[in-house]
Design a protein around this ligand. Structure first.
Ligand code: AMP
Length: 283
């Protein structure tokens, strides 16, 4: 696996692949890799000849009181895992490589980012849109793979590349879960052993909401209220949101349409967990 720390080195390395007609795939990450990230690498390998991954803890997407300084970092371990799993090129920039002192351009994707996670994390999606635009411009991959775990992020990126005519095909990879259903996340490392026991309740309750929506006529707001109550009774500290949405627009709805999704975020102790499930309308 080649490791490039500068844009210049990376682009010099990539030029030969671009010229030889090989397809280039890209998987951006913030590191602390787990099987969720690695499933995206596998999807990338299935869809492209050469796979580039990046590890960069993007300061733009953290709010002032968020965990930028304490975000889990395990670079050596990540490098060895990526190498073992056949990643071809790892881009490992430092902050100054991507942001010059007077960096002043920010990318905003309107509407789709305003609800759900956007309500409690106002800087978050702009920070991601900006870094993803930069990385796609630097690498110019044919495909890029993002996880459905961060469904609003994936939807925003699809919109971003469409709106800005970025010639990269975006592929979504399904959420990889622990055996008990908890969605894998680098931030799960923050959970205490007791919180770790409680955490899968989020996915269990979302799955049961999804099932109820497709098999009963129960009212969505009543179902949601019950789910929130159950989460709090099980030890969650705060519910950020539980929204039923149209999968494409992320507009809030109150009855499932053909392609619907339940998106949720809730705090367990100090850790904010997010998850989402598809709502499959019975035929
Ligand atoms: P992150 O390192 O958290 O910025 O995530 C990098 C990529 O991995 C994003 O596209 C995430 O959506 C994706 N990802 C994170 N967790 C999972 C998971 N459990 N399953 C699938 N993809 C994931």
């Amino acid at each position: 696996m080649l490791i490039c720390t500068t844009k210049h080195d990376l682009q010099k390395t990539l030029v030969q692949f671009h010229q030889s007609g090989k397809t280039l795939g890209f998987v951006p990450t913030m590191g602390a890799l787990h099987e969720g990230h690695l499933s995206l690498l596998k999807t990338c390998q299935e869809n492209a000849d050469i796979c580039v991954s990046s590890i960069f803890v993007n300061p733009l997407q953290f709010g002032p009181n968020e965990d930028l300084d304490t975000y889990p970092r395990q670079l050596e371990h990540d490098q060895s895992i990526l190498k073992t799993r056949g990643c071809d090129i790892l881009f490992l920039p430092v902050k100054s490589e991507l942001f010059s002192a007077n960096f002043s351009t920010h990318v905003t994707v309107a509407e789709i980012t305003e609800n759900h996670c956007g309500r409690s994390r106002p800087a978050f999606f702009g920070g991601i849109a900006t870094i993803v635009t930069k990385l796609l411009n630097i690498i110019n991959p044919h495909i890029a793979v993002f996880g459905e775990k961060d469904f609003q992020q994936l939807t925003m990126i699809r919109r971003l590349v469409r709106d800005l005519d970025i010639p990269t095909k975006i592929i979504g990879g399904p959420t990889v879960r622990e055996e008990d259903g908890l969605a894998m996340s680098s931030r799960n490392a923050y959970l205490s052993p007791e919180e770790r026991q409680i955490a899968p309740t989020l996915f269990k309750l979302l799955s049961s909401l999804s099932k109820k929506l497709t098999t009963t006529d129960e009212d969505w707001s009543e179902m949601r209220a019950h789910c929130e109550k159950m989460l709090m009774q099980n030890g969650f500290a705060e519910i950020d949101y539980i929204d039923l949405v149209d999968s494409e627009t992320l507009d809030i709805i109150d009855k499932p349409v053909n392609e619907a999704r339940i998106l949720a975020a809730a705090r367990l102790g100090k850790t904010r967990l997010i998850d989402n499930v598809a709502v499959k309308k019975s035929t």
